[in-house]
Design a protein around this ligand. Structure first.
Ligand code: SF4
Ligand code: SF4
Length: 62
């Protein structure tokens, strides 16, 4: 499992500093999660932090 940012991302940058494993980066058009690095925040937080802070709910579980 991992999380993915969809095309509704408005590039606000809120999610980037919240990721405990630095899986999020600024992509060419929208922010991107490295799905090989994302651990769904397991072992770090009860809830996926990127999902919690995203103002447009554009981060989905895959
Ligand atoms: S779910 Fe957690 S580990 Fe995965 S990208 Fe979001 S903040 Fe990072
Ligand atoms: S918090 Fe949501 S809208 Fe903002 S950069 Fe991250 S994915 Fe995009």
């Amino acid at each position: 499992m991992a999380h993915r940012i969809n095309e509704d991302c408005i590039n606000c940058g809120a999610c980037l500093p919240e990721c405990p494993v630095t899986a999020i980066s600024e992509g060419e058009e929208i922010y991107v999660i490295d799905e090989a690095v994302c651990v769904d925040c397991k072992g770090h937080f009860d809830e996926p932090q990127c999902v919690s802070v995203c103002p447009v709910d554009c981060i989905i579980e895959v």
